[in-house]
Design a protein around this ligand. Sequence first.
Ligand code: NAP
Length: 250
Amino acid sequence: MHIPVSLITGASSGLGRALALELAAQGHWVVACARSHDALWQLAEQPNAHGRILPCVMDMTDVAHIQQVLATVQQRFGHVDNLILNAGSCEYVDVNALDLALFRRLFELNFFAQLQMIQAFMPLLKASHQPLLALVSSLAHVFPFSKNQAYGASKAAISYFADSLRVDCPELTVQLIEPGFVDTPLTQKNQFSMPFLLSAEDAARRMAKALQQRQLRLQFPTRLVLTLRLLNCLPYGLRQRVAKALGRQS
Ligand SMILES: NC(=O)c1ccc[n+]([C@@H]2O[C@H](COP(=O)([O-])OP(=O)(O)OC[C@H]3O[C@@H](n4cnc5c(N)ncnc54)[C@H](OP(=O)(O)O)[C@@H]3O)[C@@H](O)[C@H]2O)c1
C-alpha cells in the first residue's frame, strides 16, 4: 500500500501543526518543518501523531537549512507527494512611517522563501506519481483592508504565482489555499474583531479534505468568502468607502 509523504512548513503551531496531526491520523508520513525545535519534537511525540511525524528544524529563509531538510527527506523517502507550503507571518503597516524593512521581511518569508522551497523540492515532487504543491495564501489579499499593505501584497503575490505556475506545470497539481480568520498565534495578536473565526482544527480538516480531493483552490469559510465577493461587486468608489469605514472600526 502506498503511504503518502507530506511535507508541511510552519508545522510548529497554528494551521500547520493542526494539519500535521490531521494528515498523520489519515496515515500520511508527515515531515514537519519550522524553526522551533521543542515545539516540533512535542508535536512528533503526541499520541495522535501515531509515530508518523518526522520533525525537521528549518528556517525557510536560509537556503542551507532547506538543503539539509532536502537531504534528509531524499535519504528517508526519495520523494514527496504533497509539498504544503504553509509557513508565513503577518505584520501591520503604519503608512505614516513606511517601514521598508517590514515589507522586505514579509516578502522574504511569504513569497521568496516559498520559491526557494519549490526550487529545492521540485525534483522530489517530480519523483512522486501524483505530486501536489499546496500554497497557503489568505483571503486578506482579496479586499483592501486597513494596515494590510504588506501582508496583503505578499499573499496576492503568492496567489498569483500559484495560478500562473499551474498553467505551465500540467504534471503538477498546484493547490491554492486562501483561509479567512483562523484562531492561531498569528491572529491572537489582532485587536480587531475577526468575523467567522474558525479553530485551527476545523481549518485543518477542510485543508486535508481539499488535499485528498486534489481541489485546485480552497477558500473558506464560505460566509466570509461570499461577503467579500459581494463587496467586490460594488462600484469601485463605493467599495473604497466601505473599506475605509471598515478600517475605522479596526
Ligand atoms: N490564522 C489565520 O487567520 C490565517 C488566515 C489566512 C492565512 N493564514 C496563513 O496560514 C499560514 C499559517 O499561519 P498560522 O495562522 O498557523 O500562524 P502561526 O501559528 O504563527 O504559524 C506560523 C508558522 O510559520 C513558521 N515560521 C515562521 N517563520 C518561519 C521561518 N522563517 N522558517 C520556517 N518556518 C517559519 C512558524 O514556526 P517557527 O516560529 O517555529 O519557525 C509557525 O509554525 C500563514 O502562511 C498565514 O499567512 C493564516
